[in-house]
Design a protein around this ligand. Sequence first.
Ligand code: EPZ
Length: 416
Amino acid sequence: MCELIINGGNRLCGEVKIQGSKNASLPILAATLLTDERCVIHNCPNISDTNTAFEILNDLGADVISLKDYVTVRAKKLCNDKIPQDLMGRMRSSVMFLGAILARCGTAVICNPGGCNLGERPIDIHLRSLRRLGVRICETNGCIFCSLGEKTAGEVTLLYPSVGATENIMLLCAGLDTSVRINNAAREPEIVDLQNFLNLMGADIRGAGTETITIYPSHRLHGCEYRVMPDRIVAATYACATAICGGEVSLVGAEPGHMRIVNAALCATGCEIKNNGSGILVCADSRPKAIEMIKTLPYPGFPTDVQPLLGAVLMTADGDSELCEAIFKKRFEYYSQLELMGADAEIKGSTLVIHGRERLFGTEVSAADLRGGAALIIAGLAASGTTVVNNVHYIDRGYESIERDLKLIGADIMRI
Ligand code: EPZ
């Protein structure tokens, strides 16, 4: 298994290109099932989750060609409607294929998805929404059998603005000659990217980015060529690395409009953040300031995926901070590893109370999930001495090469 070795203490300077968005490319890859024509997708990140998505597409019968700068997918004919257990188990977003397979085949068989262990991650909102739209669903022995019935509802209201459930409904309905309104939809930028892709395929979807999305009847969907948005969580990762290490880093290709609240939080720690034409410039020249309280919320609120990353920064802040995690039940796993590095924090219900320490100390730590693993790296970059991060495969799910990017801006990090 790979490990990352980090010698902490370097200031970070220079520029780093931000990869394409994992959470936008995955539903877009699922959308390629809605046509028998070729789709060309640029800026699709080369990470293990997209490679798993390619395996799912191949297993369903699609032709996937992944080249350096783009991926082509052609689902000319599907050979089955089932996603095998081992592929479902590898990532949460495998559930995203459900709506697209159903729209293409009329039936679909999946089992409960896997993915990062962030606590209980049910798919009840997905299934309740699909049932409302007339899908017949039978759950036996961990498998979920779905088949399209008579459409029964012109609108569906989500009890919680679930990103995945919003995307699943868009994928199911974009391919049908039906109109549906989604109330209390998720508003993430990745949903807007999916709408843009589907509309380029010939769908007629409006409202993504707001809480009400309407899918109007459309004709047969066709192939298209599209460029995936930049990954706002990867950009936030390197912004947090700059905040904890000090320095001046340009995040090339980052979209300022996707990062407003993250940038505001980093400014509260004392960073100076400017839009510099090619992306975002992050400057930090002193020890981070504490943030009295910040709470994760659905977009446009503070993103849960950035909570561990900011948590690492605040572990070295001058004062006490409180991080309230309102989206996932188990997203503080990383702090027990940071405690091995000298961090001082405690969990009080869904809040992590952090007592900032001037210095963390390098030691051996283990990643337990994707963003928690990235938080350990951020802490190691500022710690004195050497930090060894194990279970790097979690981090490779979402970062093309985190050590390549960090080396570019001056970090002393290598993979063994
Ligand atoms: C997406 O996950 C992202 N993943 C996550 O990023 C991100 O943390 C999350 O949205 C929130 O922004 C992808 O897009 C591939 P949700 P998703 O459905 O769709 C509960 C990363 O690091 N819920 O909005 O799974 C759920 O348990 C990953 O890139 C139900 O209860 O998120 C959670 O508490 C981690 N029932 C909350 O809602 C459901 O049917 C948010 O889930 C669905 C969700």
